[in-house]
Design a protein around this ligand. Structure first.
Ligand code: SF4
Length: 267
């Protein structure tokens, strides 16, 4: 079990403002060090297919529409500008104001970004923080081959918990299908999951919700799971204490999956 701490993220306010550009940072990321962000969701509102109960950007008011996303050229031009600047970074990370992989041109953007990195800053690594809602789309998962470190979210192990925690705005998304697909991916390549843990109503650290989540992790058999508690209270859910985080990490480690815990976190 590995525990990391990032003091720079302590005391975060909720909700946080949206990122003001198509690139941002670099930010001090506890997972990735100095990370330059790529925001495929534009700057007007959060564009995500989930409405997670803990989302630090607040509520997702409606599912994204294709015309709301920034065009490929604008994204690539912003990335090119950031890469040619004197900004220092260890990673270039797809994250930003929502879920990157729901951008309709995500595969083309990933290929374009890979080309720019190889040309302008070879050696800079590319990461993706994704909610994993699109892992059933082969066009999206094929794009992962161009990314050095995809990190995929799993907060619930059954549809009831998924609907209460991640609150998908697209009703056809079923967590059981995502879990199956994650298992297939894990069988063929390195896979890292990330899970936000919290207590209250809903919770994923007690009872059936917890048992089904840990069963799903064991079934998927990823290489590692990044585990972290919220660092703020929102509605009826609260951060968990270090003892609970350690207990869960021990159980994950006991199943043969590396558990990496963080004291404070954002999604
Ligand atoms: S997946 Fe991420 S951006 Fe989307 S609602 Fe959940 S926490 Fe917010």
């Amino acid at each position: 079990m590995t525990r990391l701490r990032n003091p720079s993220e302590a005391g975060r306010r909720y909700p946080v403002p949206l990122q003001p550009g198509l690139t941002y940072g670099p930010i001090a990321s506890k997972r990735l060090g100095k990370s330059l962000g790529i925001n495929l969701s534009g700057t007007k509102r959060k564009l995500c297919d989930y409405n997670c109960v803990y989302c630090f950007y607040g509520k997702t008011f409606a599912p994204p529409r294709a015309e709301e996303f920034p065009p490929v050229d604008s994204v690539l031009s912003a990335v090119s500008e950031a890469l040619t600047s004197d900004v220092e970074a260890d990673w270039l990370t797809f994250s930003g104001n929502g879920e990157s992989t729901v951008h309709p041109d995500f595969p083309a953007i990933v290929r374009g970004v890979r080309g720019l990195v190889d040309e302008i800053r070879p050696g800079l690594r590319i990461a993706l923080l994704t909610n994993a809602s699109t892992v059933t789309d082969a066009k999206v998962t094929t794009s992962f081959d161009w990314i050095d470190f995809p990190i995929l979210k799993l907060d619930a192990g059954d549809q009831t918990g998924f609907k209460r925690i991640n609150r998908p705005l697209i009703p056809r998304i079923r967590v059981e299908e995502l879990i199956e697909r994650l298992r297939e991916i894990s069988a063929g390549k390195k896979l890292t999951l990330q899970s936000v843990l919290f207590d209250g109503d809903p919770t994923n650290v007690r009872g059936r919700a917890y048992r089904n989540w840990i069963k799903a992790v064991e079934y998927i058999k990823p290489d590692a799971v990044q585990l972290y508690s919220l660092d703020y209270q929102v509605g009826s859910i609260s951060p968990i204490d270090v003892e609970t985080l350690d207990r869960i990490a021990s159980e994950v480690s006991g199943s043969g999956v590396q558990a990496i815990t963080y004291i404070e976190e954002r999604s």
